[in-house]
Design a protein around this ligand. Structure first.
Ligand SMILES: [Fe+2]
Ligand SMILES: [Fe+2]
Length: 328
């Protein structure tokens, strides 16, 4: 008994020393801007953080197809319809690259999709708002894709290789999305008084939810410090939010639109636009599931999963037959 205990003692401390060595090597690689690849050693918490972040991102792309998809059949011209159709398809593609990147961390796409359908997984709360008019399509491209770009460009340098590489292509497409949205808003603002009023109304409804897309203020952000050390995140929520505000306020002014914020002002000393107080109670309510469209979005995804069941079953049966034939 005594001999056995002595045997185990060095083994446990050897394991601890080995873990510490692996952890130090892992952090040194990150500090040297090396990419971490799927088969490399990584701490469990790094793996879990990435699975959570990448899958939430993938779900946001897929759920994000719904509010805009709502307008494909009602686009006012062939050109607008083609652009919107291409954008919504791009978002579906973004979801696929991201689920594939998450799968390299040892979780299956089916499991991630099930988490979304069960309501266990989160997605960007902005997609729980309705698209009431055609101008909302312009506002989403300009503001929502614009905010997404600010968040996502630093992710092209994320320490996890598969995520960083997926983000490079995604960002190129997001940039087209932002431009088509802004160009749509510009057409409305140069159109009739009714069209301009429709653009203003869309800006009024989408501005604050877009500002909230960057997440809570730095002081209240749960996961920030560790993600910064691991170089998953490069800038804080408030830094990214400020970049978005500084880029977007002059664009609104060029359109001749007013931002729905009586306290908005340009701070000459810092060179930044300063906004009024954000209503976080709304953000929390929508994130908790009580936004205008939360239930509808999940219901639509569940229906899509059920209606597509026979396609997946047929594809699997076909693949099994192919395997049988090549084995024979
Ligand atoms: Fe996207
Ligand atoms: Fe997009």
């Amino acid at each position: 008994m005594y001999a056995q205990a002595l045997d185990q003692q060095p083994a446990a401390s050897d394991q601890q020393a080995e873990d510490a060595r692996l952890l130090a090597h892992f952090q040194a690689r990150i500090d040297a801007e090396e990419k971490i690849e799927p088969n490399d050693w990584m701490p469990e918490a790094y793996r879990r953080t990435l699975i959570r972040q990448i899958s939430q991102h993938a779900h946001s792309e897929i759920i994000g197809m719904l509010p805009e998809g709502n307008w494909i059949t009602r686009a006012p011209s062939l050109r607008r319809k083609a652009a919107l159709l291409a954008k919504v398809q791009d978002e579906g593609g973004h979801g696929l690259y991201l689920y594939a990147a998450a799968e390299t961390l040892g979780v299956s796409r089916e499991e991630l999709e099930q988490q979304l359908l069960d309501g266990r997984a989160k997605y960007s709360s902005i997609f729980n708002y309705p698209t009431l008019t055609w101008a909302d399509i312009g506002a989403i491209g300009w503001l929502v894709d614009g905010a997404a770009i600010m968040n996502q460009i630093p992710l092209c340098r994320c320490s996890y290789g598969p995520y960083a590489r997926a983000m490079i292509r995604i960002c190129k497409e997001e940039s087209f999305h932002q431009r088509q949205g802004y160009e749509l808003m510009l057409s409305l603002c140069r159109g009739s008084a009714a069209q301009k009023a429709m653009a203003q109304d869309a800006l009024n409804r989408w501005w604050w939810p877009s500002v909230m897309m960057f997440g809570p203020h730095d002081a209240e952000s749960q996961h920030s410090d560790q993600s910064m050390r691991w170089k998953i995140k490069r800038f804080s929520n408030d830094e990214l939010r400020q970049q978005f505000i500084d880029a977007t306020v002059p664009q609104a002014h060029f359109l001749g639109l007013e931002l729905p914020d009586a306290d908005l002002r340009f701070d000459v000393a810092s060179g930044h636009w300063r906004i009024g107080v954000i209503d976080w109670s709304e953000f929390k309510r929508v994130l908790a599931g009580d936004g205008p469209c939360n239930r509808q979005r999940i219901k639509q995804r569940r229906a899509a999963a059920e209606n597509g069941e026979w396609v997946r079953a047929a594809a699997l049966a076909h693949a099994a037959k192919q395997r049988q034939r090549s084995a024979a």
